[in-house]
Design a protein around this ligand. Sequence first.
Ligand code: GRG
Length: 297
Amino acid sequence: MDIKRYLQEKKEIVDIALEKYFPKEAEFHTTLHKAIRHSLFNGGKRIRPILSIAAFEAVGGKGDRILPFACALEMIHTYSLIHDDLPAIDNDDYRRGRPTCHKVFGEAIGILAGDGLLTEAFKLMTDRSTLEGIWNVRAVLDTVNEVAQAAGIFGMVGGQVLDIESEGKEVDLPKLQYIHTHKTGALILVSIRAGAKLGGGSPETLKAFTHYGERVGLAFQIADDILNVEGDALLLGKNIGSDLSKKKATYPSLLGIEESKRKAKELIDFAIDALNPFGEEAEPLREIARFIIARQY
Ligand code: GRG
């Protein structure tokens, strides 16, 4: 399959849906709305929503019922990037080649844009219009709970705190793995699980997809670490080498670049192995896994 084309087609579907939730011409809260749009429509890859859609379709899910959940995951991801860029955390001026949210709108609006996106994500997942046509409300409740867990103090936020507290300190591999699987992996994993669950996947399917998602989630952050060392700043739209200057714990700093690449490849091979019970329907998931370590941005 042509993965580039697949990713582009799905990204367009996600972008159209996000436009519906945050239209250009919205009248109220103008600065906040502009700040949200600035960060939400900045050329992001939409990997998390695409993983949700791919998992949903792999288990036989039909139609666009998954879209509000897929978009909610992108909104949570975008909130995390806005807050991550703030002076109090990573203090980054650029993301995807454009000034970060707080650089354009100020810190207060940056914080509130993130807060707004996080809150709206949960509103969207539980909106009446989202629930229309969904017969399995229990699966929705479980999914919303799982998303909260993945984004919260035992997931992304918890991982981020440990990441900040580890800056400039000695970190061993288990701790680094904990940071990566929580600050980045948890949201990726729940994106896949949400798609599979809402598509009606069986418990065995969910187990296999969880194995896939855990490995893909960790490999994604290792690839991100590697790009921070030897990526192309123009393609990435931000400066490289920031992890080193901030004395961040990363796979390359701990294992070296070659071993990090080997580890990421091994994780992707294992992730793809977890999909062995599935056929053509899981091909997009296999290709997305390969893309995650081959990507240059
Ligand atoms: C609550 C103040 C406060 C802060 C929270 C939770 C958090 C800050 C940050 C999350 C941690 C984080 C930003 C991890 C990095 C994850 C990562 C690799 C992001 C890049 O993802 P891509 O490549 O980005 O999918 P695009 O631009 O394609 O969307």
